[in-house]
Structure formats: structure tokens, C-alpha cells
Ligand binder design. Structure first.
Ligand code: ADP
Ligand code: MG
Length: 201
């Protein structure tokens, strides 16, 4: 599902360069659970940002299902972001002027889902993650752990090929990956690939 080849991501300019990723390479099989561990500042966020096309790479290639995503542009890039990936951000990236429910629906609306399709598929996921009562609230009205579950529900509702969690577990509701795996297993295909970046101290 994923092949990273000789990936480099440098920040800054000639005066001060940060080599966040320096010649990284690995493969991930469909359905695998991959952990990326490291201290703060070790490049855990940079790698998922490159894999998800939120950031550009300095050099190297990233293949998803054989397609080089570093070369995607325009509509093909939008389709990749919209369909293949469920990204759970370190700070959750919820839109503050939308209710939690509308935050979940936004990517589905962009994928042309009908309201009845969206609400039917969300109901059991919301129940399982314990956020049913929160759906009409706004992000600033709920706790960090609740935002975390909301952003997991948003990613699950998209039914993506790959989930990427960027440091979304530290001190929050899902303490162990086995708990999370159970929740993911119930609502995703067996072939779903999970990548978790996690800070270690
Ligand atoms: P982690 O998520 O493991 O804490 P990051 O991937 O966020 O680490 O950062 C890796 C390194 O790249 C750090 O040294 C950080 O300071 C640097 N870095 C990250 N983003 C930028 C940026 N936009 N500009 C310059 N340096 C950056
Ligand atoms: Mg990070």
C-alpha cells in the first residue's frame, strides 16, 4: 500500500538547515499497523505530512498503491487526499465555526454523499466512540479527549485505505493501541492500514 524511497525533507535555507527526514525508506503492506516512534522534534509529524501530501518533499518518492503521490497535481491530488487517507492530526484540526457533526460531514459532502447516507453511516460510529450527545456542539465546547474521538470518527466515516494518527494519543482517551485497534476493526475493512506516530520520552 505504501512505499517510501530515499525520502528527504529539509526545512530552512542555506544559512540554517533542519534535516527533518534524511534518506528514509520503508514499505508497508495492506492491513499492517505501523508505529513511528521518536522524541519530540524527531520528524514524526513531518513524515505523515509528506505521506498525506500536506507538505512537499525535498527529494525522494512516495508510492501509494504503486502511484507516485509526490508527482500528483490538481484534481488527482484532491482525489487522493479525499479518498485514500484518514488523517488524525496532533491538534485535531477541527473547524471552530462548524458543529462537530458538520466537521464530520464536510469531507463526505465533498465526496458527494447524500445527507441520509452520511447520517446513517455516522450513527453507529458516533455511538461506539461515545460522541452521539456531542454532535450539535462546537469544538470549543468539548474536551481534548472528546475532540480526539471526534476526529477519529471523522476519519472512520470517510472509510479510507490508510489511517494516519499524528501523536493523537498522548494523555488522551485511547491509552493503548489495542483499544484503538478494536474500535478501528469494528468499523473499517480488514485491509485498512494504520500508521501511528507516537512521542516517546
Ligand atoms: P515531531 O513531530 O517528531 O515533534 P517535527 O516533524 O514536527 O517533529 O519536526 C522535525 C524537525 O523539523 C524539528 O527540528 C522541527 O523544529 C523542524 N521543523 C518542523 N517544521 C518546520 C518548519 N515548518 N520550518 C522549519 N523547521 C521545521
Ligand atoms: Mg509532531
Amino acid at each position: 500500500i505504501l512505499r517510501v524511497e530515499d525520502l528527504q525533507k529539509y526545512y530552512g535555507n542555506r544559512g540554517s538547515v533542519t534535516r527533518a527526514l534524511d534518506h528514509i525508506g520503508f514499505c508497508v503492506e495492506k492491513g499492517e499497523f505501523l508505529g513511528i516512534m521518536g522524541a519530540s522534534g524527531s520528524g514524526k509529524t513531518t513524515l505523515p505530512n509528506c505521506i498525506s501530501t500536506l507538505d512537499t518533499v525535498t527529494s525522494g518518492r512516495i508510492y501509494v498503491e504503486g502511484e507516485d503521490i509526490t508527482a500528483l497535481r490538481g484534481a488527482a491530488l484532491c482525489a487522493f487526499r479525499g479518498q485514500k487517507l484518514g488523517f488524525i492530526f496532533q491538534d485535531f484540526n477541527l473547524l471552530d465555526t462548524f458543529t462537530l457533526e458538520d466537521n464530520i460531514y464536510l469531507p463526505l459532502v465533498l465526496a458527494s454523499k447524500s445527507y441520509s447516507e452520511m447520517s446513517t453511516s455516522l450513527a453507529p460510529i458516533a455511538l461506539r466512540l461515545g460522541i452521539t450527545e456531542l454532535l450539535k456542539k462546537y469544538p470549543y465546547e468539548v474536551s481534548g479527549g472528546q475532540k480526539q474521538r471526534l476526529s477519529i470518527a471523522r476519519a472512520i466515516a470517510k472509510d479510507p485505505e490508510i489511517f494516519i494518527f499524528d501523536d493523537s494519543f498522548s494523555a488522551l482517551d485511547f491509552k493503548t493501541d489495542s483499544q484503538l485497534r478494536k474500535a478501528l476493526k469494528e468499523y473499517t475493512k480488514d485491509a485498512t492500514t494504520v500508521i501511528v506516530a507516537q512521542r516517546i520520552s
